[in-house]
Design a protein around this ligand. Sequence first.
Ligand code: 1HE
Length: 265
Amino acid sequence: MNPQPAPAAALDEVQVEHQGAVALIRLCRPAKRNALSDGLMAALWQAFRELPERTRAVVLHGEGAHFCAGLDLSELRERDAVQGLHHSRSWHPILNGIEFGRVPVIAALHGAVVGGGLELASACHIRVADDSAFFALPEGSRGIFVGGGGSVRLPRLIGTHRMLDMMLTGRVYPAAEAVQRGFAQYHVPEGEALAKALALAQAVTGNAPMTNFALMHGLPRIAEQPADHSLLTESLLAAIVQSAPEAKARVRAFLDGSGPKVQAV
Ligand code: 1HE
């Protein structure tokens, strides 16, 4: 099911700023802790779809004290089962569009990263959590279920047993432990997630676009294939990526001494 166009009232709830090849996409509904209403989701979808050609990476972040409080529960009150099914299905192309879009997405996380907010973060490619971030799936205590791809993406990140525990018991993971458990790849001091995400995004824009594309689209699918199929997919991607003129130029630069060396950090 395709998402609906964003209503005019929701367009301001997602703001886009460009810094060179990086687009910063900001959830801007702080009074409601960036809760994901239908309008906000449609605006998010539109922001990703309308990224200009020059964009090579995205940073996704939230305004106010929290990244995102998840599904807008006020919209859930009146939904029946059929509407619930369609609602969940309407999130899937939006989050798939982020995971399998044109450019890598780095999430800068702070405060609440809960419910649908965690599902949104898990569709991104890199997650940076500052020390204020906390991760939870309150769906269990609200009598509902995940519906934005969380049952697919989260077990891959953190394991089925951990997700099950979070939903059964309401367990909340603070940032430091969350990073150890795979919720995010980076842990930074409070207030520094956006700057770190931006620096990572800038590094990402320096890669050959075809390599980034192969990583985003190839790796998750290779992980789902039987090993024998995966190896063929890997070889096909390797062949295509290395045949690009940009790849040849980068390898030549290293061999003639002008390309960067790998350095210990
Ligand atoms: C909301 C929402 C929301 C805040 N939907 N309105 N998600 C949750 O179960 C998390 C619910 N939210 C919270 O636990 C807390 O709001 C927070 C920990 C995120 C933040 O606490 P705090 O003290 O900073 O804010 P607050 O006072 O609780 O909320 C401020 C306002 O935002 C308040 O509205 P107001 O009109 O009274 O000012 C809240 O009602 C509103 N608000 N969160 C609607 N989520 C695809 S399926 C996904 C399923 C899910 O995501 S379920 C998990 C839902």
